[in-house]
Design a protein around this ligand. Structure first.
Ligand SMILES: [Zn+2]
Ligand SMILES: [Zn+2]
Length: 264
C-alpha cells in the first residue's frame, strides 16, 4: 500500500460485512485491514431482517462501521407490515444511517416483480418518513426504477444507486432526478466500457464509491473474496479514468458520503 493510499481516507458506502464470516474472514480483521488501507468509515448493509439486525450489531462493535437496514428485492416477496415495523425499530438505533439495500432486480427475479415494487415503494416511504437516505439496488429494471423514484422520491438527493451497472445515458437520467451514484469493483474490469464512461461522466459531487464486499472484488483480485481494504483499488481506477489525482477522488467521495449519510 503506498503512502498516498494510506493518506486517502476513503469511505466504503456499501459492504456486507456480515457475509465475510461465510468466507472465513473475521469482521474485526477486515475492519482493521480497511483502516490500515485508509478506509476510515464503512457502511454495512442489510438484505433481510436477520442481516439488518446483524448490521446493527456489527456497527455497535466497531466505531468505524455504520449500518443500513432494509429488505433486498430478492427477499421482498414476504415483505409485510411486521417487517416494516421491525425495520422502523432497527432504524431508530443511532448507528443506523440509511435504509437499504432496497430496489428492483428483474435480472434474477427471485421475488415476483409486483412484490418487489411494493416493498421498494414502502421502504422509500419509510426512509422519507425517518429522514434517512436510501441505498438502492437496480438490475435490469431501469424504466420502473426511474418511474418509481420520480413519483416517490421526496428527497432525491438522499438516493444512492449502488454498484451502478447502467450506461452513461441512464446515469445522466438518474443524476437529473437528483440521485448519487456509487461505483464498485466492475469499474476496474478490463471489458467494462460502459463502466469506464460512466466513471468519467458522473459529476464529482454526485459520486460515491463502495466495495459491495464480499462480491465483485476489483482487479487484480477479481473472482476472489472482496473486502473494504480493497476500496483504494476502485478509487485509484476512478481517478485514472477521470485523469485526476487519487486524492481528489478520495476527498470528493468521502465528503459526499459524509453529507448523504450524515456521518461523523
Ligand atoms: Zn445490490
Ligand atoms: Zn449489496
Amino acid at each position: 500500500m503506498t503512502g498516498e493510499r494510506v493518506m486517502s481516507r476513503l469511505i466504503d458506502t456499501h459492504a456486507h460485512l456480515d457475509l465475510l464470516a461465510e468466507e472465513g474472514i473475521a469482521v474485526a480483521d477486515a475492519v482493521a485491514r480497511a483502516r490500515e488501507a485508509g478506509v476510515e468509515r464503512i457502511i454495512t448493509i442489510g438484505i433481510d431482517l436477520e442481516s439488518s439486525r446483524e448490521a446493527v450489531r456489527i456497527s455497535e462493535a466497531h466505531e468505524d462501521v455504520f449500518a443500513a437496514v432494509g429488505i433486498h428485492p430478492h427477499d421482498s416477496a414476504d415483505y409485510q407490515s411486521h417487517t416494516e415495523r421491525e425495520l422502523r425499530a432497527l432504524a431508530s438505533h443511532p448507528r443506523v444511517v440509511a435504509i437499504g439495500e432496497v430496489g428492483l432486480d428483474y435480472y434474477r427475479d427471485r421475488s415476483p416483480r409486483d412484490r418487489q415494487r411494493i416493498a421498494f415503494r414502502h421502504q422509500l416511504d419509510l426512509a422519507a418518513d425517518l429522514g434517512l437516505p436510501v441505498c438502492i439496488h437496480c438490475r435490469d429494471a431501469s424504466q420502473d426504477m426511474l418511474r418509481i423514484l420520480t413519483e416517490h422520491a421526496r428527497k432525491p438527493e438522499t438516493m444512492v444507486l449502488h454498484c451502478f451497472s447502467g450506461d452513461e445515458r441512464l446515469a445522466a437520467k438518474m443524476i437529473d432526478i437528483g440521485c448519487h451514484i456509487s461505483l464498485a469493483g466492475p469499474t476496474t474490469f478490463k471489458n467494462a466500457m460502459d463502466a469506464a464512461q460512466v466513471a468519467r461522466s458522473i459529476p464529482l459531487e454526485r459520486l460515491l464509491i463502495e466495495t459491495d464486499c464480499p462480491y465483485l472484488a476489483p482487479v487484480p483480485h477479481r473472482g476472489k473474496t472482496n473486502e473494504p481494504a480493497l476500496l483504494p483499488l476502485i478509487a485509484q481506477r476512478v481517478a485514472e479514468l477521470r485523469g485526476i489525482p487519487l486524492a481528489d477522488v478520495a476527498r470528493a467521495t468521502a465528503a459526499n458520503a459524509r453529507d448523504v449519510f450524515d456521518l461523523p
